[in-house]
Design a protein around this ligand. Structure first.
Ligand SMILES: NC(=O)c1ccc[n+]([C@@H]2O[C@H](COP(=O)([O-])OP(=O)(O)OC[C@H]3O[C@@H](n4cnc5c(N)ncnc54)[C@H](O)[C@@H]3O)[C@@H](O)[C@H]2O)c1
Length: 351
């Protein structure tokens, strides 16, 4: 009997993964608290595979973990449960740290107590661990500019003067998070990798870029810039562009991400590796906003002069190492993906 346990499996990414892996396992166990910021009701999400067994529990609760792991000895664990709001993590840092860091260590401690060592743990990490990443100056020298200061942002100095951003990649970049969320995701990576090495458990870490697509929470105002833009455009409101709107983001479609995760779960060639999962294409926020405004006949997006602490200027993955090391590539184009997402939002909000 093969069992896969997914923490946070009732969320956006988890539900999509359960649909892909439902026939590969005898049991799919979901540990999820159905966080009210993401789930409008405490009901089983309709996108979750009917083969999945949802246990409503908090990953920070050791008693809940003992109950789950005394009953189930998972072969594979996919760790998705997390507080995910980047901006929110600066004002609610204890909550983010508690769930993301302590929630991870509670899970591992319970595995030891219950002698429930899986064969492999897969962690959904984030591009947030890179922070501003690596840039190259006009003399061709690569460097890490670090976090933009309040003064820089207040003066509208969005870029690092005379420098060019280099796409992020786990084999080359040193992690330098600029948000508490990023710090907690890096801590998760390090906790999982050293624990797994100590107990001979395999692991893989996936650093996800901006995942978008049908199924993303429409009630969580702290994540999902695309769904926020769609809601504004549908109401014929002007989409406000932060900074100068020219920030790059790598939008990767949900089905591409779910395929990558399911491949990593079952394929041991990715063991011990940190892989960047993105489309490899950097779209400007302005480009995305215009695409959405045009679709809904909304006014042209406008730069509103605002910015957000903790946001990075650019994020785009260099996925060459990932493509070389796993049987996966992203296949959904930005146009196609945006269309699918907008069609889904239209249906959901029309209901
Ligand atoms: N969606 C993205 O763009 C993106 C990008 C980078 C990394 N990630 C990572 O991928 C993972 C999944 O993200 P998602 O987009 O599916 O998020 P999501 O918010 O849709 O899903 C997270 C799930 O975790 C559950 N959860 C939250 N706190 C919990 C707790 N204390 N105990 C048990 N369950 C809890 C929520 O109820 C939710 O169902 C996260 O770890 C996130 O950091 C996501």
């Amino acid at each position: 009997m093969k069992t896969c346990l997914i923490t946070g499996g009732a969320g956006f990414i988890g539900c999509e993964v359960t649909k892909i892996i439902e026939n590969a396992f005898d049991n799919i166990i979901i540990v999820d608290c159905l966080h009210p910021q993401i789930h409008a009701s405490q009901k089983i999400p309709p996108r979750l595979s009917s083969k999945a067994n949802l246990i409503i529990a908090d990953v920070t609760d050791p008693v809940a973990w003992d109950e789950v792991l005394s009953k189930w000895k998972p072969d594979l664990v996919l760790h998705l449960a997390a507080e995910t709001g980047t901006g929110q993590s600066l004002t609610e840092s204890s909550r983010h740290t508690q769930v993301n860091v302590v929630g991870t260590s509670q899970m591992l401690d319970a595995m030891v107590r219950q002698n429930a060592f899986p064969r492999k743990i897969v962690l959904a990490s984030s591009r947030a661990i890179y922070g501003e990443g690596k840039w190259i100056n006009s003399e061709g020298v690569a460097y890490y500019p670090g976090q933009r200061s309040n003064e820089q942002l207040a003066n509208g100095e969005w870029n690092f003067y005379g420098s060019k951003f280099l796409p992020m990649n786990s084999t080359d970049n040193i992690p330098m998070p600029t948000s508490i969320y990023g710090v907690t995701k890096l801590a998760q990576e390090q906790i999982i990798s050293c624990w797994c090495k100590s107990f001979d458990v395999n692991y893989s870490i996936l650093r996800l870029q901006n995942v978008y697509g049908p199924g993303q929470s429409l009630i969580n105002s702290y994540t999902g810039i695309v769904s926020l833009f769609v809601r504004l455009a549908k109401e014929k409101q002007i989409i406000p562009l932060y900074e100068d709107g020219m920030m790059l983001r790598d939008f990767v479609f949900i089905t591409d991400v779910a395929r990558a995760i399911s491949e990593v779960l079952v394929n041991d060639t990715t063991n011990g590796k940190i892989l960047d999962i993105g489309s490899g294409y950097g779209a400007t926020i302005k480009e995305i906003a215009h695409l959405i405004a045009e679709r809904y006949g909304a006014p042209r997006p406008e730069v509103c002069g605002k910015y957000r602490n903790g946001d990075v200027r650019h994020a785009q993955a260099d996925i060459s190492y990932t493509l070389d090391n796993m049987d996966w590539k992203p296949v959904v184009s930005l146009d196609e993906g945006m269309n699918l997402l907008c069609n889904w939002i239209d249906e959901e909000l029309g209901r």
